[in-house]
Design a protein around this ligand. Sequence first.
Ligand SMILES: [Zn+2]
Length: 432
Amino acid sequence: MRRVPVADRPTIVIKGGTVIDASGERVADVVVVDGVVKAVGPDLSADRTLDAAGCIVAPGLVDVHTHLREPGKEEAETVETGARGAALGGYTAVLAMPNTTPAIDSAAVVRQVLELGRTAPCDVYTSGAITVGRAGEQLAPMAEMAELGVKVFTDDGAGVQDNRLMRRAMEYAVGLGVTLAQHCEDDALCGGGHMHEGEWSARLGIAGQPAEAEELMVMRDIALARLTGCRIHFQHMSTARSVAMIRDAVAAGLPVTAEATPHHFTLTHAECASYDPVFKVNPPLRTAADVDALRAGLADGTIATIATDHAPHTPESKELPFDQAPPGMLGLETALALALTELDMPVGQVLAALSWNPARVAGVEDRHGRPIAAGEPANLCVFDPEATWTVRADDMASRSRNTPYEGREVRGKVRHTLLHGEPVVMAGEPQR
Ligand SMILES: [Zn+2]
């Protein structure tokens, strides 16, 4: 991280906003000095003023599911462009997924990604792969990655298919004190499928992936969490029965957490009728009943985290026919607005799902998702909850353009993002 000498760093006041954090809500100015919140209260002043009139001042958002594509697919995204999009979306921390080339499955690649993130406009953390090359055959050297601070391991893009190997990974993870995150997908049931198996796949003549392919792995991993005591985080949950199983597991006191993506709680498989691969994602968009169940799961706290699964792909690859195009869509710059626009939840609960809950899942709760109080790190996001705007891929920082929300009007716009006290986004503009 670039450091400016303390004496040259101006003091900043975020003026006139409503402060919301895990402890509640109050109207207050926030003074930031040298990367730290110095004071929170009425009528404060400083060298520089950031206008927060009409805005909410919140802990910066944390994404536990970001594909930064570097190393290996820099034409789709780099750590820097992904992090800039994150900052524009109000995020101060992202957890990179390991399905890069090479996979993030060793200390050497972990070091490489952390190094690339050092000058990025948000904190870049990385997950590590559970298995070597994400091939699902032998455990990756999780201990050497954990020593570098990796707290979450996943083969995301694929689920660990072998029951016995998954059990061993969980036992190993318990010893290391880390969390396993799972992309729940039974390969044998999904093989050859490109969208949700149901009414629309039948009509469109596109091979489908049944909901059961996700649910079987959720069921298995809940059983294995019970057996081993391992913390397991379920990634991008997409079906009503997955939500129901997680609700029961949480009620039974098992160490289980889960995330839902904005696209899974806003879009259905009917979108695939356009044959536009921008709607191709994995797990696939499901039914309206599944969308309702995800929204209910978010509202009652069963699913405590909203994650983007930000998955950039170049226009060339997304212009392929539906069955040949890669799955995935952009998410970092639209997640907050989609949650505010679409979810019938109080703003504080939306922020819990976007900030302090995911901070705990990622193991970064010492720096992110903190209360806004004197002495805390100044990782903050200031947004206007009422401002409406139209989603335009061309306006995004990402190197890719694959947003399914092109032209959609949404509510909730990030005005400023502060990373360790530095305004990396001011008045909606990236500062670096
Ligand atoms: Zn995934």
